[in-house]
Write a protein that binds this ligand. Sequence first.
Ligand code: CP
Ligand code: NVA
Length: 308
Amino acid sequence: MNHFLDIHTTAPDDLRAMLDMARQMKDARNGLPKGTLDADQPLKGQMVALIFEKPSTRTRVSFDVGVRQLGGQTMVLSGSDMQLGHGETIADTARVLSRYVDLIMIRTFEEETLLEMAEYASVPVINGLTNRTHPCQIMADIMTYEEHRGPIKGKKVVWSGDGNNVCASFLHAAGQLGFDVTFTGPKQLDPEAEWIELARSKGSNIEIERDPVKAVQGADLIVTDTWVSMHDPESAKERRHNQLRGYQVNEALMAQAKPDALFMHCLPAHRNDEATSAVMDGPHSVIFDEAENRLHAQKAVMRWCLGK
Ligand code: CP
Ligand code: NVA
């Protein structure tokens, strides 16, 4: 049994095996109606709990559809409707759920909640986003980059904006899969130093460049995300906008990257804040491929977790 808690705690060979599996499963479904079941049904007879303590569109739907395509069944649970939200401990919740279901996916606030769930569950636990990381998103993003441009190893990824949870998982992937990351944003919103050092210790070139135009020179991929994440206080909004306005990904910035650079955003986006619609809907953008690939990548993650 494997938990999928973070990219830096998953072996590079395992990440590669999951990406290969995702690719094969996507190819095998080419052109089939979305409700068509996969031929091999590896999750037949399995029950999966999808727990959300924060809102979600992509994670909720892609996991739900993915489990069904693999032949399993799902229950989608809102944290606030569970006793979890009313004082029952994570450890007890984990032990109880393990008696009913074969796999748990949880989107939560504190990383400690995820880790405690994994420690006490006797079934695999998948990280569907915490305040600190979002590994399933980055599995889909690596898959997306590679289907358009080939191996990501040695490429230059530029993250523009808030050094948040999605940025953290990009840094983890850089260290595990051998690519470089330049962060451009205000100092107050730098990614955690721990993640920068970890990626550097594995040989990745991680740079911080305050000037976005300098940062994107030679970029193979430019990535951004919402300026205010779900765990950030609403009161941060105005300050964030003032801090980040200069880091908007627009056509002028995109034009400074390599001519074949891709643009990614995990979505949901605030159009014309962190990125303009011209970029999001433009020729460099692969944002909807990223969204689709959540489905294929997570199916591979679930199979790996269950040894299927
Ligand atoms: N990108 C992503 O995780 O989207 P949702 O919040 O809609 O799940
Ligand atoms: N950084 C965003 C990602 C949403 C998928 C958030 O945590 O709200």
